[in-house]
Ligand binder design. Sequence first.
Ligand code: UTP
Length: 232
Amino acid sequence: MAAPVVLALGGSLLRPEESERHAWLSALADTLSRCKTPVGIVVGGGAPAREAIELAKPVVDDVAALDEIGIAATRLNASIVAQVLQGAGIDVCIGIPSDVSSAARGLDNHSVVVMGGTRPGHTTDNVAIRLAIEAGATRCLIATNVSHVYDSDPRGNPNASSIESMTLSELQEIVGPPVHGAAGGSGVIDPIGVQAAIDHKLPLAVLDGREIERISNALAGKSFIGTQVEVD
Ligand code: UTP
């Protein structure tokens, strides 16, 4: 069987206030139904994670405890995606695996496995990269709500430049050292995951997941709009 591909879906892609979300979920199902390789999907927490962490923060000061709340939100979002895919007739693993080993085993028997977070101390970017390593995936695609990796944060710097192609160590220079920030904190990609990709020589790609065609092209190994992050 062809090697799997792993796709991290940033939780912002499921934002309830996103008016096109139903069309987006249907298009995602359509893309996955045509995919020729097994796909491991790792879904982020997005708005429910942020809201729940903010709710708890004034009375919960332990980062790991706040992380657990974030993990619950990622699994909620993963359940939505898994149910949509199952409803579309895709052979998706029933149940949300709680660790990457179970998810990797699921990919031996199913076309698609959907999961969320695993344990405190990192984000779903790192879970996706770990799943890609465990499952022998060729590449880990990080679908988020920006078009590329930028040389500085485009939210704060209007002159930030997008990057089409870079190495893992160049990406590490941008995201910083492999430490877990605050629960619910958000950079372009989790630095802990970038370190794991460096250690295991796993190529990454960062793309705008709101554009399903980009996900579709990247899953098929075709050229796509986004940032290719190659092994040094
Ligand atoms: P996300 O993966 O959505 O992280 O997990 P994020 O970077 O904050 O959000 P995106 O990528 O922009 O959507 C939400 C939170 O859940 C906890 C962390 O606190 C994280 O910030 N989490 C998630 C874990 O502790 N472990 C996990 O395996 C996953």
